[in-house]
Design a protein around this ligand. Sequence first.
Ligand code: ADP
Ligand code: MN
Ligand code: MN
Ligand code: MN
Ligand code: MN
Length: 359
Amino acid sequence: MTTISITEQTAILAKYLELPQNGKVLAEYVWIDSEGNTRSKCRTLAKKPSSVDDLPEWNFDGSSTGQAPGHDSDVYLRPVAFYPDPFRKGENIIVLTECWNNDGTPNKFNHRHECAKLMKAHSDDEVWFGLEQEYTLFDQFDNVYAWPKGGFPAPQGPYYCGVGTGKVYARDVIEAHYRAALYAGINISGINAEVMPSQWEFQVGPCEGISMGDELWMARYLLQRVAEEFGVKISFHPKPLKGDWNGAGCHTNVSTKSMRVPGGMKDIEVALSKLAKRHKEHMLLYGADNEQRLTGRHETASIDSFSSGVANRGASIRIPRQVAKEGYGYFEDRRPASNIDPYLVTGIMVETICGSIPD
Ligand code: ADP
Ligand code: MN
Ligand code: MN
Ligand code: MN
Ligand code: MN
Protein backbone atom coordinates (compact mmCIF):
# COMPACT_ATOMS: atom_id res chain seq x y z
CA MET A 1 0.00 0.00 0.00
CA THR A 2 1.26 3.46 -0.81
CA THR A 3 0.80 6.40 1.49
CA ILE A 4 -0.36 9.69 0.05
CA SER A 5 1.19 13.09 0.66
CA ILE A 6 -0.44 15.99 2.44
CA THR A 7 -0.76 17.77 -0.91
CA GLU A 8 -2.68 14.83 -2.34
CA GLN A 9 -4.89 14.58 0.76
CA THR A 10 -5.73 18.26 0.49
CA ALA A 11 -6.71 17.85 -3.16
CA ILE A 12 -8.97 14.89 -2.37
CA LEU A 13 -10.70 16.66 0.52
CA ALA A 14 -11.27 19.75 -1.66
CA LYS A 15 -13.62 17.72 -3.94
CA TYR A 16 -15.91 16.97 -1.02
CA LEU A 17 -15.83 20.43 0.50
CA GLU A 18 -17.20 21.76 -2.80
CA LEU A 19 -20.32 19.60 -2.63
CA PRO A 20 -23.53 21.54 -1.98
CA GLN A 21 -25.12 21.02 1.47
CA ASN A 22 -28.71 20.85 0.18
CA GLY A 23 -29.75 23.80 2.29
CA LYS A 24 -28.61 22.22 5.53
CA VAL A 25 -26.52 24.15 8.07
CA LEU A 26 -23.74 22.56 10.10
CA ALA A 27 -23.63 23.79 13.69
CA GLU A 28 -20.52 23.00 15.72
CA TYR A 29 -21.52 23.12 19.41
CA VAL A 30 -18.64 24.22 21.68
CA TRP A 31 -18.43 23.88 25.47
CA ILE A 32 -15.87 24.30 28.24
CA ASP A 33 -14.76 21.10 29.99
CA SER A 34 -13.56 20.36 33.53
CA GLU A 35 -9.95 21.26 32.67
CA GLY A 36 -10.66 24.58 31.02
CA ASN A 37 -10.30 23.18 27.51
CA THR A 38 -12.90 23.56 24.82
CA ARG A 39 -14.68 20.56 23.33
CA SER A 40 -17.06 20.47 20.39
CA LYS A 41 -19.35 18.29 18.34
CA CYS A 42 -21.45 18.95 15.28
CA ARG A 43 -25.09 18.57 14.28
CA THR A 44 -27.09 19.31 11.16
CA LEU A 45 -29.77 22.01 11.24
CA ALA A 46 -32.61 22.26 8.72
CA LYS A 47 -32.05 25.99 8.29
CA LYS A 48 -29.98 28.92 9.37
CA PRO A 49 -31.00 30.25 12.81
CA SER A 50 -31.89 33.92 13.01
CA SER A 51 -31.33 34.12 16.76
CA VAL A 52 -29.92 31.95 19.52
CA ASP A 53 -33.49 30.96 20.47
CA ASP A 54 -33.76 29.03 17.18
CA LEU A 55 -30.92 26.74 18.24
CA PRO A 56 -31.93 23.46 19.89
CA GLU A 57 -30.65 22.47 23.32
CA TRP A 58 -28.40 19.42 23.08
CA ASN A 59 -26.43 17.15 25.38
CA PHE A 60 -23.24 15.14 25.70
CA ASP A 61 -21.71 12.37 27.80
CA GLY A 62 -20.33 14.26 30.81
CA SER A 63 -18.68 11.12 32.22
CA SER A 64 -16.21 11.28 29.32
CA THR A 65 -15.15 14.86 30.12
CA GLY A 66 -14.99 14.80 33.93
CA GLN A 67 -18.21 16.83 34.09
CA ALA A 68 -20.69 14.24 35.38
CA PRO A 69 -20.76 10.79 37.03
CA GLY A 70 -21.37 7.71 34.87
CA HIS A 71 -24.73 6.88 36.46
CA ASP A 72 -26.13 10.33 35.60
CA SER A 73 -23.95 11.33 32.70
CA ASP A 74 -26.08 13.55 30.46
CA VAL A 75 -24.97 17.18 30.54
CA TYR A 76 -27.10 19.67 28.63
CA LEU A 77 -25.71 22.19 26.17
CA ARG A 78 -27.67 25.44 26.09
CA PRO A 79 -26.73 27.72 23.17
CA VAL A 80 -25.81 31.28 24.24
CA ALA A 81 -24.14 32.76 21.13
CA PHE A 82 -23.22 31.74 17.60
CA TYR A 83 -20.60 32.83 15.09
CA PRO A 84 -19.91 32.32 11.37
CA ASP A 85 -17.70 29.21 10.98
CA PRO A 86 -14.35 30.15 9.35
CA PHE A 87 -13.49 26.47 8.74
CA ARG A 88 -16.65 25.30 7.01
CA LYS A 89 -17.70 28.77 5.82
CA GLY A 90 -20.99 29.29 3.94
CA GLU A 91 -24.04 29.33 6.22
CA ASN A 92 -22.35 27.07 8.77
CA ILE A 93 -21.94 28.25 12.35
CA ILE A 94 -20.07 27.66 15.60
CA VAL A 95 -22.32 27.70 18.65
CA LEU A 96 -21.09 28.63 22.12
CA THR A 97 -23.02 26.82 24.86
CA GLU A 98 -23.43 26.71 28.63
CA CYS A 99 -23.36 23.34 30.44
CA TRP A 100 -26.35 22.44 32.64
CA ASN A 101 -27.03 19.41 34.82
CA ASN A 102 -30.03 17.15 34.60
CA ASP A 103 -31.43 18.54 37.89
CA GLY A 104 -31.68 22.06 36.46
CA THR A 105 -28.54 23.45 38.14
CA PRO A 106 -25.59 24.92 36.23
CA ASN A 107 -22.74 22.43 35.77
CA LYS A 108 -19.83 22.88 38.20
CA PHE A 109 -17.63 24.23 35.40
CA ASN A 110 -20.29 26.58 34.04
CA HIS A 111 -19.01 29.93 35.34
CA ARG A 112 -20.86 31.87 32.68
CA HIS A 113 -24.22 31.64 34.39
CA GLU A 114 -23.10 33.56 37.54
CA CYS A 115 -21.09 35.99 35.43
CA ALA A 116 -24.11 36.81 33.28
CA LYS A 117 -26.13 37.61 36.41
CA LEU A 118 -23.44 39.99 37.68
CA MET A 119 -23.15 41.68 34.29
CA LYS A 120 -26.90 42.16 34.16
CA ALA A 121 -27.05 43.56 37.71
CA HIS A 122 -24.42 46.19 36.82
CA SER A 123 -25.35 46.83 33.21
CA ASP A 124 -25.91 50.54 34.00
CA ASP A 125 -22.15 50.93 34.45
CA GLU A 126 -21.52 49.74 30.88
CA VAL A 127 -18.32 47.92 31.83
CA TRP A 128 -15.89 47.34 28.97
CA PHE A 129 -13.11 44.79 29.02
CA GLY A 130 -10.10 44.14 26.83
CA LEU A 131 -8.23 40.87 27.41
CA GLU A 132 -4.64 40.25 26.31
CA GLN A 133 -4.39 36.51 25.82
CA GLU A 134 -0.81 35.24 25.95
CA TYR A 135 -0.04 31.65 24.97
CA THR A 136 2.88 29.40 24.03
CA LEU A 137 3.35 27.12 21.05
CA PHE A 138 4.69 23.56 21.33
CA ASP A 139 5.40 20.95 18.68
CA GLN A 140 3.71 17.54 18.65
CA PHE A 141 6.55 16.09 20.76
CA ASP A 142 5.99 18.76 23.46
CA ASN A 143 9.13 20.77 22.72
CA VAL A 144 8.67 24.52 22.62
CA TYR A 145 7.95 25.18 18.97
CA ALA A 146 11.09 25.69 16.85
CA TRP A 147 13.46 25.69 19.85
CA PRO A 148 16.73 23.80 19.29
CA LYS A 149 16.40 20.10 20.22
CA GLY A 150 17.74 19.47 23.70
CA GLY A 151 18.85 23.09 24.11
CA PHE A 152 17.72 26.66 24.43
CA PRO A 153 17.60 29.65 22.11
CA ALA A 154 19.61 32.77 22.92
CA PRO A 155 18.30 34.69 25.98
CA GLN A 156 15.22 36.91 25.80
CA GLY A 157 15.66 40.27 24.12
CA PRO A 158 15.21 40.05 20.35
CA TYR A 159 11.87 38.20 20.35
CA TYR A 160 9.25 40.67 21.64
CA CYS A 161 7.53 41.99 18.49
CA GLY A 162 10.47 40.37 16.70
CA VAL A 163 10.99 40.51 12.97
CA GLY A 164 13.14 38.14 10.92
CA THR A 165 14.36 34.56 10.90
CA GLY A 166 15.45 33.33 14.33
CA LYS A 167 13.57 36.15 16.06
CA VAL A 168 10.00 35.08 15.41
CA TYR A 169 8.35 31.71 14.91
CA ALA A 170 5.06 30.43 13.49
CA ARG A 171 3.80 33.72 12.14
CA ASP A 172 1.65 31.72 9.69
CA VAL A 173 -0.31 30.08 12.55
CA ILE A 174 -0.91 33.42 14.23
CA GLU A 175 -1.97 35.14 11.01
CA ALA A 176 -4.38 32.30 10.18
CA HIS A 177 -5.97 32.60 13.63
CA TYR A 178 -6.26 36.39 13.30
CA ARG A 179 -8.16 36.03 10.01
CA ALA A 180 -10.33 33.19 11.32
CA ALA A 181 -11.30 35.26 14.38
CA LEU A 182 -12.16 38.30 12.24
CA TYR A 183 -14.28 36.14 9.94
CA ALA A 184 -16.15 34.77 12.97
CA GLY A 185 -16.96 38.32 14.06
CA ILE A 186 -14.72 38.25 17.14
CA ASN A 187 -13.68 41.73 18.23
CA ILE A 188 -9.99 40.78 17.99
CA SER A 189 -8.05 44.02 18.39
CA GLY A 190 -4.49 42.93 17.65
CA ILE A 191 -1.64 40.42 17.90
CA ASN A 192 2.03 40.55 18.85
CA ALA A 193 4.98 38.22 19.35
CA GLU A 194 5.95 37.99 23.03
CA VAL A 195 9.19 38.19 25.04
CA MET A 196 9.79 34.43 25.11
CA PRO A 197 10.32 32.92 21.64
CA SER A 198 7.22 31.04 20.39
CA GLN A 199 5.05 32.90 22.87
CA TRP A 200 2.40 35.13 21.32
CA GLU A 201 -0.50 37.33 22.34
CA PHE A 202 -3.82 38.31 20.85
CA GLN A 203 -6.15 40.93 22.27
CA VAL A 204 -9.93 40.84 22.27
CA GLY A 205 -11.91 43.95 23.10
CA PRO A 206 -13.22 46.30 24.10
CA CYS A 207 -16.22 44.06 24.75
CA GLU A 208 -19.07 44.96 27.06
CA GLY A 209 -20.29 42.68 29.84
CA ILE A 210 -20.81 38.98 29.21
CA SER A 211 -19.65 39.21 25.59
CA MET A 212 -16.04 39.50 26.84
CA GLY A 213 -15.99 35.96 28.21
CA ASP A 214 -17.92 34.64 25.21
CA GLU A 215 -15.57 36.17 22.66
CA LEU A 216 -12.39 35.15 24.48
CA TRP A 217 -13.54 31.53 24.74
CA MET A 218 -14.47 31.52 21.07
CA ALA A 219 -11.09 33.06 20.14
CA ARG A 220 -9.34 30.31 22.14
CA TYR A 221 -11.40 27.63 20.43
CA LEU A 222 -10.51 29.05 17.01
CA LEU A 223 -6.83 29.12 17.97
CA GLN A 224 -6.87 25.45 18.95
CA ARG A 225 -8.60 24.55 15.68
CA VAL A 226 -6.17 26.55 13.53
CA ALA A 227 -3.15 25.16 15.39
CA GLU A 228 -4.50 21.63 14.93
CA GLU A 229 -4.26 22.11 11.16
CA PHE A 230 -0.61 23.15 11.48
CA GLY A 231 0.24 20.28 13.88
CA VAL A 232 1.09 22.80 16.61
CA LYS A 233 0.02 22.55 20.27
CA ILE A 234 -1.23 25.56 22.21
CA SER A 235 -0.44 25.93 25.91
CA PHE A 236 -2.24 28.40 28.14
CA HIS A 237 -0.05 27.50 31.15
CA PRO A 238 1.09 30.66 33.01
CA LYS A 239 4.69 29.41 33.38
CA PRO A 240 5.22 26.93 30.58
CA LEU A 241 8.98 26.90 31.07
CA LYS A 242 10.83 27.21 34.36
CA GLY A 243 13.80 29.56 34.58
CA ASP A 244 14.58 32.88 33.01
CA TRP A 245 11.70 32.85 30.55
CA ASN A 246 8.64 35.08 30.78
CA GLY A 247 5.40 33.56 31.97
CA ALA A 248 2.07 34.03 30.21
CA GLY A 249 -0.74 36.25 31.45
CA CYS A 250 -4.13 37.50 30.47
CA HIS A 251 -3.96 41.21 31.33
CA THR A 252 -7.46 42.46 31.95
CA ASN A 253 -8.17 46.03 30.86
CA VAL A 254 -11.27 47.55 32.41
CA SER A 255 -13.36 50.70 32.27
CA THR A 256 -16.80 51.80 33.36
CA LYS A 257 -18.85 54.47 31.64
CA SER A 258 -17.77 57.10 34.19
CA MET A 259 -14.05 56.23 33.86
CA ARG A 260 -14.18 56.89 30.12
CA VAL A 261 -15.12 60.58 30.37
CA PRO A 262 -13.03 63.56 31.54
CA GLY A 263 -12.53 63.39 35.31
CA GLY A 264 -12.82 59.60 35.17
CA MET A 265 -9.47 59.20 36.95
CA LYS A 266 -11.21 59.69 40.27
CA ASP A 267 -13.46 56.69 39.53
CA ILE A 268 -10.39 54.67 38.54
CA GLU A 269 -8.84 55.50 41.92
CA VAL A 270 -11.98 54.43 43.79
CA ALA A 271 -11.95 51.14 41.85
CA LEU A 272 -8.29 50.56 42.75
CA SER A 273 -8.97 51.05 46.46
CA LYS A 274 -11.80 48.51 46.24
CA LEU A 275 -9.53 46.07 44.39
CA ALA A 276 -6.80 46.47 47.04
CA LYS A 277 -9.22 45.26 49.74
CA ARG A 278 -10.09 42.07 47.86
CA HIS A 279 -6.65 41.12 46.51
CA LYS A 280 -6.67 37.61 48.04
CA GLU A 281 -10.19 36.82 46.81
CA HIS A 282 -9.28 37.90 43.29
CA MET A 283 -6.09 35.83 43.30
CA LEU A 284 -8.14 32.69 44.00
CA LEU A 285 -9.89 33.18 40.65
CA TYR A 286 -6.95 34.49 38.64
CA GLY A 287 -5.70 31.14 37.32
CA ALA A 288 -4.12 27.89 38.58
CA ASP A 289 -0.30 27.88 38.99
CA ASN A 290 -0.28 31.69 38.84
CA GLU A 291 2.15 31.74 41.80
CA GLN A 292 4.79 30.34 39.43
CA ARG A 293 4.35 33.44 37.29
CA LEU A 294 3.69 36.28 39.78
CA THR A 295 7.15 36.33 41.31
CA GLY A 296 7.95 40.02 41.09
CA ARG A 297 10.25 39.28 38.15
CA HIS A 298 9.64 39.17 34.39
CA GLU A 299 7.31 42.18 34.35
CA THR A 300 5.07 40.93 37.18
CA ALA A 301 4.21 41.95 40.73
CA SER A 302 4.44 39.54 43.67
CA ILE A 303 1.34 37.42 44.23
CA ASP A 304 1.31 38.36 47.96
CA SER A 305 0.62 42.06 47.76
CA PHE A 306 -1.45 44.55 45.83
CA SER A 307 0.15 47.54 44.11
CA SER A 308 -0.63 50.02 41.37
CA GLY A 309 1.25 52.60 39.36
CA VAL A 310 1.30 54.71 36.25
CA ALA A 311 3.12 52.93 33.39
CA ASN A 312 4.44 50.40 35.93
CA ARG A 313 4.71 46.89 34.50
CA GLY A 314 5.90 45.58 37.87
CA ALA A 315 2.65 46.52 39.63
CA SER A 316 -0.57 44.54 40.08
CA ILE A 317 -2.44 47.30 38.28
CA ARG A 318 -0.97 49.57 35.62
CA ILE A 319 -2.56 52.86 34.70
CA PRO A 320 -1.45 53.56 31.13
CA ARG A 321 0.62 56.75 30.80
CA GLN A 322 -1.85 58.20 28.32
CA VAL A 323 -4.74 57.67 30.78
CA ALA A 324 -2.88 59.44 33.61
CA LYS A 325 -2.08 62.30 31.24
CA GLU A 326 -5.64 62.78 30.01
CA GLY A 327 -7.23 62.09 33.39
CA TYR A 328 -9.65 59.40 32.18
CA GLY A 329 -9.80 56.07 30.35
CA TYR A 330 -9.18 52.60 31.78
CA PHE A 331 -6.83 50.53 33.95
CA GLU A 332 -4.97 47.27 33.37
CA ASP A 333 -5.11 44.42 35.89
CA ARG A 334 -1.88 42.53 35.18
CA ARG A 335 -2.51 39.74 37.71
CA PRO A 336 -4.71 37.30 35.75
CA ALA A 337 -2.89 34.27 34.33
CA SER A 338 -3.15 33.07 30.73
CA ASN A 339 -5.30 30.10 31.84
CA ILE A 340 -8.09 32.07 33.56
CA ASP A 341 -11.73 31.46 33.01
CA PRO A 342 -12.63 34.97 31.77
CA TYR A 343 -16.14 34.57 33.20
CA LEU A 344 -14.68 34.29 36.71
CA VAL A 345 -12.31 37.23 36.26
CA THR A 346 -14.71 39.66 34.59
CA GLY A 347 -17.42 38.57 37.05
CA ILE A 348 -15.49 39.32 40.23
CA MET A 349 -14.11 42.49 38.64
CA VAL A 350 -17.61 43.86 38.11
CA GLU A 351 -18.74 42.68 41.53
CA THR A 352 -15.78 44.46 43.19
CA ILE A 353 -15.62 47.75 41.31
CA CYS A 354 -19.35 48.26 40.73
CA GLY A 355 -20.50 47.04 44.12
CA SER A 356 -20.10 48.75 47.46
CA ILE A 357 -17.55 47.11 49.72
CA PRO A 358 -17.90 47.30 53.49
CA ASP A 359 -14.82 48.71 55.25
P1 ADP B 1 -0.57 46.57 26.46
O1 ADP B 1 -0.04 47.94 26.23
O2 ADP B 1 -0.78 46.29 27.90
O3 ADP B 1 0.21 45.51 25.76
P2 ADP B 1 -2.67 45.95 24.50
O4 ADP B 1 -2.63 46.92 23.41
O5 ADP B 1 -2.09 44.62 24.24
O6 ADP B 1 -2.05 46.62 25.83
O7 ADP B 1 -4.19 45.67 24.95
C1 ADP B 1 -4.99 46.69 25.42
C2 ADP B 1 -6.42 46.18 25.47
O8 ADP B 1 -7.21 47.17 26.14
C3 ADP B 1 -7.08 45.98 24.11
O9 ADP B 1 -7.76 44.73 24.11
C4 ADP B 1 -8.07 47.12 24.01
O10 ADP B 1 -9.21 46.75 23.28
C5 ADP B 1 -8.43 47.31 25.47
N1 ADP B 1 -9.00 48.63 25.78
C6 ADP B 1 -8.74 49.83 25.19
N2 ADP B 1 -9.49 50.81 25.72
C7 ADP B 1 -10.25 50.23 26.69
C8 ADP B 1 -11.24 50.71 27.60
N3 ADP B 1 -11.59 52.02 27.65
N4 ADP B 1 -11.80 49.82 28.46
C9 ADP B 1 -11.45 48.53 28.45
N5 ADP B 1 -10.53 48.02 27.60
C10 ADP B 1 -9.93 48.85 26.74
MN1 MN C 1 -22.72 7.28 20.97
MN1 MN D 1 -0.45 43.56 25.21
MN1 MN E 1 1.85 40.73 26.56
MN1 MN F 1 -0.76 44.42 28.94
